[in-house]
Design a protein around this ligand. Sequence first.
Ligand code: MN3
Length: 247
Amino acid sequence: MNRKNFLKSTFASAFALVGLKSLGFANNGKPNFANVTLAETMQDSAPFTLGALPYAVDALEPHIDKLTMEIHHDRHHKAYVDNLNKALAGTPMEKLSLFELLKDAGKYPAAVRNNAGGHWNHTFFWNCMSPKGGGNPTGKLNDDLIKTFGSLDKFKDEFSKAGVGRFGSGWAWLIVEDKKLVITSSANQVNPLMDVAEKKGTPILGLDVWEHAYYLKYQNKRADYIKAFWNVINWEAVSKNYEAALK
Ligand code: MN3
């Protein structure tokens, strides 16, 4: 299977399992991201829409504060969606799916790359957190994290280091590469699905380490924000992403 088909099949299964409660549609008849699977968002094409968060803006308090969530979702994520639509309007790229825009990101203008990444990364990130999150993973994910990194604490240390060590703005990721768990990070809105990523693979966990994700509550203390993130991490979603990525 070539890389393109591998990613396609991985995604078709990987995200079919995440998040679907009931299918909802925004006013314009397009799917509302809060209520559709990430697989469906990958197949979506312009004009893109900003869906609601999968929980209330204050649901992750006190770990991620309400004002940060409001600004992050309603302004930052919205800006990625709006700017992506602007960059695509009237071009042949309008017909491409979000998945196609990401996997060949290096072929497209920076505005497309940055905003397609921003849109997908945030949609993915919201689903990596839950008001019922925290605790420990279970099952195969738990076993394989321990096998790969030595212990759950060692995994958390390494993931945190990837986030803290990412200079400037970017993301920390746990990905599946050749059926193995790998920690990586990326700059700006690049993600491991993109041809331009330093490390490619299927993301199963992503953490936004841009200052806008934590500055109001944690100021310059990115490490404290990452420590707090473990209290809201949605292990159930990560597990489902993992199981699907291995198929
Ligand atoms: Mn962000």
